[in-house]
Structures are given as C-alpha cells and as structure tokens.
Design a protein around this ligand. Structure first.
Ligand SMILES: CC(C)(COP(=O)(O)OP(=O)(O)OC[C@H]1O[C@@H](n2cnc3c(N)ncnc32)[C@H](O)[C@@H]1OP(=O)(O)O)[C@@H](O)C(=O)NCCC(=O)NCCS
Length: 216
C-alpha cells in the first residue's frame, strides 16, 4: 500500500518538474478543465466530450481520491496556468485492482513534451511506492502510446474494455505496464525533499523538485 502522502497538516504532496507543477486542485481549475473536456479533439478517444456538469463531477471524484489516498490525478500547472491533469488513480478496468497512470492536457500544451515530462515524474513517484503501474487506452490512441513508451512503460497486451456500452471504436484497449524492477522512468524526479518540521514554515508547501529537464 502507498504510504499516506497527505502532509501532517492535511496538505497534498506536490511534484515539480522542470516546467510543470503537479498540485492539488483549486476551484479556479474548474472552468479550464471543463473547457478542455468539451474539446472534441482532446476527448476523441473517450465516448464523448464532457458536459460542464460531467466535468465538475469528474473533478469532485478526483478530489475525493486525494482525500482518500493522499495522491491522485494532480492538476498540472504550466507558467502559472492550468494545463490539464496527470497522475495516479486506482482502477479495476483490467480485471484487477491496479494503480493507473493517466494524463490529459489542453490542446495548447500538446507537442512540447509536457505530458511526457509530467507523467514521467508521476510514474517515478508511483514506482517508489508500488511495484507495478498500468496505463491503457483505445488501441487507436497512438499519441498516447508514444507517451507511455517515452516514460519507460512496455506494451503488455490488448484487452476488451469491460464497459459494454462503449462505442465499438473504444472497446479494444491496449495495456502498458511499468514495474519497479525493469522500468527506469526518466530522471526528472528527485528523491523527496526532507519533510519540513511541523509548523516550521506556516503556509509553505512541500514540493518535490525535478532534477533536470527531460531530454526526449
Ligand atoms: C495524450 C497527450 C497528453 C499527449 O500529448 P503530446 O503533446 O502528444 O505528448 P508530449 O507532451 O509527450 O509531447 C510529445 C510531442 O512533443 C514533441 N516535443 C517537443 N518538444 C519536446 C521536448 N522538449 N521533449 C519531448 N518532446 C517534445 C515531441 O516530438 C512529440 O511530438 P510528436 O508526437 O509529433 O512526435 C495529449 O495528446 C492529450 O491530452 N490527449 C487527449 C487525452 C487523452 O487521450 N488522454 C489519454 C487517455 S487514456
């Protein structure tokens, strides 16, 4: 089991890469998240774009995951703006309860290596805690495979998504895995900083600093 990564005072651990901050969700993220999830291109490999209500409900679930586990799908902030999400969530889609890594960025942030950079850091974080992490998507989502391969995951198998109401184009899924023994996520993730003494710096947030920019 993952240790409790909520800090002693209840704050969520944040991760920092060369260009991105993976942080807890803020109410101001709701609007740009809803806009991202209404974009048909971003949602091309999902059943449909999300309505505003569906998008808000998704964020509520993500926040509940943080409350329960202390980690989750972090909000990704780039240059002070909300760019999307990446991170970890428990899933049973493969038939086993496994920790899944996922990512979704607004279109303006594609093509810059940001998903790879942020997800590589989340993967390294996760593999410090559990020995196996999975990711999956419709077999047609080639852009996604490339991220999975760049962060060091390997293709394991194809499987049928258990949701029978999914459109045919999404039923066939490809599963990628990363395991602690063989996966070496790129080194944008440093060892966690020393936990600050409780109450030593009020208002400060513990952050994990990336060691170096990604290189590909
Ligand atoms: C999946 C997703 C996050 C990938 O975004 P992406 O921009 O393709 O991925 P990256 O951020 O890793 O960027 C890689 C691209 O940036 C380019 N790039 C530019 N600068 C780079 C750098 N410094 N480092 C690495 N790549 C860089 C790469 O060449 C690559 O381009 P290519 O795909 O044309 O070869 C994005 O497509 C998305 O949000 N899709 C919708 C949501 C989705 O399907 N999520 C998964 C659902 S399960």
């Amino acid at each position: 089991m993952l240790p409790d990564t909520v800090l002693d005072d209840g704050r969520v651990e944040e991760l920092r890469t060369a260009r991105a901050l993976l942080r807890n969700w803020a109410d101001d993220d709701l609007q740009p998240f809803a806009e991202m999830c209404a974009d048909p291109l971003v949602m091309a490999h999902f059943p449909a774009p999300l309505s505003r209500a569906e998008s808000h409900a998704t964020v509520a679930r993500v926040r509940a995951h943080f409350v329960e586990h202390g980690y989750g799908l972090w909000a990704v902030e780039i240059d002070g703006g909300f760019a999307g999400w990446t991170g970890l969530s428990w899933s049973e889609v493969t038939g086993t309860r496994e920790l899944e890594i996922g990512w979704r960025l607004a279109r303006a942030y594609w093509g810059r290596g940001l998903a790879t950079e942020a997800a590589g850091t989340a993967l390294a974080y996760g593999l410090q805690q559990v020995s196996r992490i999975v990711s999956f998507s419709a077999v047609t989502n080639e852009r996604l495979w490339r991220v999975m391969e760049r962060i060091g995951m390997r293709r394991e198998r194809e499987f049928a998504h258990p949701r029978e109401d999914l459109p045919e184009r999404l039923r066939r899924q490809v599963l990628y895995v990363a395991d602690r023994q063989t996966c070496r996520p790129h080194s944008v993730f440093a060892e966690p900083a020393q936990r600050p003494a409780r109450g030593s710096s009020p208002g400060a947030t513990r952050r994990v600093q990336g060691a170096q920019p990604m290189d590909g």
